[in-house]
Design a protein around this ligand. Structure first.
Ligand code: G3I
Length: 457
């Protein structure tokens, strides 16, 4: 018998129901139909696939064409760094960053903010500062920039590259470090206060190998932050790989061990020098390592075409200089398409409440919520799952009795409190049978009792 797309699509739903009924751990089969872009393929397991974007390339139609088609998360390659956003003390400049943010948002993409505090790419006026004047200037920078972009950023790299290379496992010496060892947690607290809806990440390189002292140093800091309630939600692994710094055999172990601390992990600046099948196989390994870790929420590559890369001579990206897909692209797409739709989680640092409905059958859909609630605010992530027929549009109704929505992404809402009807946006109305898409909103007050329900439209 030939399997129709409809009968194939039923398989994951049946598997889910059986798992629930017998309480056993079953591995769900691969997604029913292969997605044809990186972003859509990643979304099948609730993840994102992003790229670094340079404002100066937004006039390049090949570049923008690939960006719009393939990616659902964007990082400004340089435009949100301290030197770009506060070139003179107290005078903030967001022109190039806004071009990237607006382009991304117009296309329904989310944004990773990079980076609020860093020893490098500081504006000249900051490089010569020290002591409490520098500490205050850094905290003011974090507060101003995170406030300016409040509600628009999925995750901020609050602090970038603060640990030393080599065997010490300690902090990197820098003017910021010399203001006191607590400068990192102070930056995280300032960022949380400025944008409570953004996930707050620590981001670094050479932290991919579990046995490295630097990895262990960052791990101990995150462990300490979690134990003392310092607001940290995620750890970014830059993952710039080449012959001198290959993909470590224990990469997945590293991601999993950090995730086990109760943070999301993200691959934030991936590039792998090389070509052909060996490069493709390394990309496959990295992608599968993320897919195997439930709290690995997404992957960002550090540029689009090889010629856009900071390491262009190493041809480290997924598209060649002409914008053609490389073997590495195909390996990533195939790996994403092989993902178990149930391996991701939207669990966050505080309270998480998830409700799920049974398979609604043909033409229906279900909605579940993952809620991150803190004192005075919340972020809700809603997962919309198609029944045994594909959706061409959906509507989710939520109830917000004691809170007010202040920002949302990937859906349009009919209001900000009480009964709110959320409709899909252009790019996420089509959901294959048995598969899911996500949208979210943040708000003040309480997000309790949202009780989402889904109908096909
Ligand atoms: O835009 C100017 C141009 O006008 C000028 O003619 C030219 C002369 O050198 O410089 C251009 O600016 C360069 C900028 O990239 C844009 O291309 C800067 O010199 C150069 O320093 C800058 O490099 C960036 C680098 O960070 C700086 O640290 C790379 O683009 C960017 O990819 C890289 O990104 C970092 C992450 O932020 C953190 N992790 C490592 C990663 C790779 O180094």
């Amino acid at each position: 018998m030939r399997l129709t797309s409809k009968s194939v699509a039923l398989i994951p739903i049946i598997a889910t129901v059986v798992t629930a009924a017998i309480g056993a751990t079953l591995i769900a089969p691969p997604a029913a139909s292969a997605a044809t872009t990186l972003g859509a393929a990643a979304q099948q397991s609730g993840r994102y696939f992003g790229t670094a974007v340079a404002a100066g390339r937004l006039g390049d139609s090949t570049y923008v064409g690939i960006l719009n088609r393939e990616f659902d998360m964007v990082t400004a390659e340089n435009e949100m760094k301290m030197d770009a956003t506060e070139p003179q003390q107290g005078r903030f400049s967001y022109g190039n960053a806004d071009r990237i943010v607006n382009q991304a948002r117009t296309q329904g993409k989310r944004i990773r903010g990079h980076a609020l505090a860093w020893h490098s790419q500081q504006p000249g006026w900051m490089q010569s500062m020290s002591g409490s004047a520098l500490r205050n200037a850094m905290l003011n920078h974090v507060t101003q920039v995170a406030t300016y972009y409040r509600g628009k950023i999925y995750a901020w790299d609050v602090v970038n590259e603060a640990f030393a290379d080599g065997s010490s496992g300690g902090r990197r010496d820098s003017n910021l470090q010399r203001t006191g060892n607590d400068w990192i947690e102070a930056a995280f607290r300032a960022a949380r206060a400025a944008d409570p809806g953004a996930k707050l990440c620590y981001n670094d390189y050479n932290t991919d190998d579990w046995s490295h002292a630097k990895t262990q140093g960052v791990y101990r800091m995150v462990q300490d932050f979690k134990s003392r309630g310092v607001p940290i939600d995620c750890v970014g692994f830059q993952s710039h790989f080449n012959a001198q710094s290959p993909v470590p055999s224990n990469y997945q172990t590293t991601l999993q061990n950090f995730a086990n601390l109760g943070v999301d992990v993200q691959i934030t600046e991936l590039d792998i020098e090389g070509s052909g099948s060996s490069q493709a196989s390394n990309y496959d390994r990295v992608t599968r390592a993320c897919l195997a870790v439930a709290r690995c929420t997404g992957i960002t590559v550090w540029g689009i075409r090889d010629t856009d890369s900071w390491r262009a001579s190493g041809t480290p990206l997924l598209f060649d200089g002409n914008g053609n897909k490389k073997a590495a692209y195909t390996s990533v797409l195939n790996a994403l398409n092989s993902a178990d739709p149930g391996t991701t989680t939207t669990t966050t640092t505080t309270t998480t409440t998830t409700t799920t409905s049974n398979d609604p059958g043909p033409g229906g859909c279900t909605a579940s919520v993952s809620l991150n609630q803190w004192n005075g605010g919340f972020v809700a992530t809603i997962k919309v799952t198609a029944g045994s027929s594909a959706l061409s549009g959906w509507r989710v109704t939520t109830t917000l009795s004691n809170g007010t929505v202040t920002g949302s992404w990937s859906a349009s809402g009919s209001g900000t409190s009480g009964t709110i009807n959320w409709s899909n946006v252009d790019y996420n109305g089509n959901v294959p049978a048995g598969q899911s898409t996500e949208f979210g909103f943040q708000g003040s007050g309480s997000g309790a009792g949202l009780n989402p329900s889904c109908t096909a439209s």
